[in-house]
Design a protein around this ligand. Structure first.
Ligand SMILES: Cc1cc2nc3c(=O)[nH]c(=O)nc-3n(C[C@H](O)[C@H](O)[C@H](O)COP(=O)(O)O)c2cc1C
Length: 320
């Protein structure tokens, strides 16, 4: 499944992913208003009937209207993410639309399953996006959660080639969920600089390790948690994201602007300096060394995963 992507998760990109054999995902927030989302849904329907719409709770504007459009249009699959879905579950279940919830912890995925989610996505610390203090690395998340989740279960966070896909499937995932790596494709609307940076970046750059996996400053985190009930949810989620990505002190030390400060539109532009390997992407950049079409990206990944799993099966038969 193609992951939700702030600012660039358009219907065109979702259609390219769906038509290449994955499940394409429109990010509702890209369209800002319910009517624009409706137009996007109508447009994608003209080219595929197989897609998901992501509504990121606490990040998506006009959220009630966005849900209404998804229900009225009877989209194939709705994905909720970022914050707990509880306030919307009754309406989702009444709508009859299939519902996936994406969470950063096993606890959130189990909660969604108990509330009636038809499938869940669990994202490990290797991934880019919203983080949680109890989030675990992708492989640990997968192996711990697998036997505790009964509905179809997708894993994400650092997945970006056939090897990571094969490992996830071999460990029991029903599917994989990909945000960063699939941005390195011709069809993705992210800036060319970010695409080049995905190729250039090394996963072991200390900056990246700190951004993705180091826990946030404990004082800043505690302060933020104490403010949950007194702050507007959308502002609070933005502050959570900035705290986990350590954006505040990064700005203090480098003076750099970040895509989160630029706003979602910044993703299609180029906020990074020449020669930098920074950008809004995860460790999966490790596996990317060229920009290809979405079709080639997905086909290469699936082919590589199949070859690895088949070779494993052959070796196993030889040994038994
Ligand atoms: C640029 C960018 C923007 C993202 N925006 C969203 C978003 O709006 N909503 C959401 O639920 N997840 C968002 N994500 C997270 C992805 O959907 C996905 O969970 C994550 O990228 C998976 O890890 P990976 O980057 O290692 O593949 C975003 C990820 C990236 C890279």
């Amino acid at each position: 499944m193609q992951g939700a992507l702030t600012g660039i998760g358009t219907w065109e990109f979702a259609a390219a992913c769906s038509n290449a054999g994955a499940d394409g995902c429109i990010t509702a927030a890209v369209y800002k208003t319910p009517e624009k989302l409706r137009e996007a849904i109508k447009k994608i329907r003209a080219v595929t009937h197989h897609f998901t719409v992501n509504i990121s709770i606490g990040a998506c504007p006009n959220i009630d209207g966005m849900f209404d459009v998804c229900f009225e249009e009877q989209i194939p699959v709705l994905e909720t993410a970022v914050y707990k879905p509880d306030a919307y579950v009754k309406r989702i279940k009444q709508s009859g639309v299939k519902w996936i919830h994406k969470g950063a912890t096993l606890q959130f995925c189990r909660h969604a399953e108990e509330m009636g989610a038809d499938a869940v996505v669990l994202i490990g610390t290797e991934g880019f996006g919203i983080k949680n203090i109890k989030q675990l690395p992708t492989f640990t998340s997968l192996c711990w959660a697998r036997d505790q989740i009964s509905v179809p279960f997708l894993i994400g966070g650092g997945i970006g080639n056939g090897r990571t896909m094969a490992a996830a499937l071999a460990a029991g995932a029903d599917g994989v969920y990909i945000g960063s790596a699939i941005m390195a494709t011709h069809e993705c609307a992210i800036s060319e600089r970010v695409k080049q940076n995905i190729i250039l970046a090394q996963p072991d750059e200390p900056y990246r390790i700190r951004e993705l996996t180091a826990p946030p400053d404990p004082e800043a985190y505690a302060e933020l948690m104490a403010k949950r009930d007194s702050m507007d949810l959308n502002k609070w989620i933005r502050a959570v994201e900035a705290t986990f990505l350590k954006l505040k002190d990064k700005k203090k030390t480098t003076g750099e602007k970040t895509i989160w400060e630029e706003g979602a539109e910044g993703l299609g532009e180029d906020p990074y300096a020449e020669g930098s390997t920074k950008g809004p992407f995860s460790f999966s950049s490790a596996y990317i060394n060229q920009i290809v079409s979405v079709k080639d990206f997905i086909e290469n990944m699936v082919k590589e995963a199949e070859e690895i799993l088949q070779a494993f099966a052959r070796r196993h038969q030889l040994l038994s």
